[in-house]
Design a protein around this ligand. Structure first.
Ligand SMILES: Nc1nc2c(ncn2[C@@H]2O[C@H](COP(=O)(O)OP(=O)(O)O)[C@@H](O)[C@H]2O)c(=O)[nH]1
Ligand SMILES: [Mg+2]
Length: 193
């Protein structure tokens, strides 16, 4: 898919601000710092459209990126940011929940986990939560460039086994540094929008 004019549309702090044009939404979910914003930038070939940070936990809003008036990438706040107070974490959790459970426009959830580590307790909670929402989703084992290329397939399979032992949720490696993984993901996105 060729995206001509990707635009940041709105940083929503409440559901009233969500776009009202009914375009399909592809949603990025995952813990803080796993690479959600970088994923968006990589897929649309812009270095800085989505704000990335080496300092985790900066995003508390739901950011909508309009791709040629065809669909949105939706960048959700990350969870599991330990420097956020319990109260703030709970507020962010509620905001995410409210969005995921009430938003009919969601076409696909892209769930990012770190290829180098076992899923965290919060990853497992989020996984169960997404399953219960019945929204189509895929798992991406991100930061694949951080391990030897010969180990990528096995690490991806192992992550899938831990999160999704039945093996019915498509799981792919991904890396924002290595473009080799993005074509397959574009094919998938096109299928869902
Ligand atoms: N090596 C590597 N670093 C990545 C990758 N994706 C994101 N990062 C880095 O991880 C940090 C957090 O990324 P960001 O996209 O802001 O994560 P977010 O909090 O999930 O939105 C930044 O320093 C990124 O440059 C990746 O695929 N490979
Ligand atoms: Mg981010």
């Amino acid at each position: 898919m060729i995206i001509k004019n990707p635009k940041f549309e709105i940083s929503a702090v409440s559901p009233k601000q969500y776009p009202k044009n009914g375009l399909p939404e592809i949603v990025l979910v995952g813990k803080s710092n796993v690479g959600k914003s970088s994923f968006i930038n990589t897929m649309i070939n812009r270095k800085k459209l989505a704000r990335t940070s080496s300092e985790p936990g900066k995003t508390r809003q739901i950011n909508f990126y309009n791709l040629d008036d065809t669909f949105y990438f939706v960048d959700l706040p990350g969870y599991g940011y330990s420097k956020m107070s319990k109260k703030e974490q709970a507020q962010v959790g509620k905001f995410i929940e409210e969005y995921l459970f009430n938003r009919n426009e969601i076409s696909l959830i892209i769930f990012l986990v770190d290829i180098r580590h076992s899923p965290t307790a919060n990853d497992k909670l989020m996984y169960n939560y997404i399953i219960s929402s019945k929204i189509p989703f895929v798992i991406l084992a991100n930061k694949a460039d951080k391990i030897a290329i010969t180990k990528v397939d096995l690490a991806t399979k192992n992550l899938q086994k831990e999160l999704n032992p039945i093996g019915d949720i498509p799981t792919y490696p991904f890396s924002s540094e290595r473009k080799i993984y993005s074509d397959e993901i574009w094919n998938l996105i096109e299928k869902y929008i």
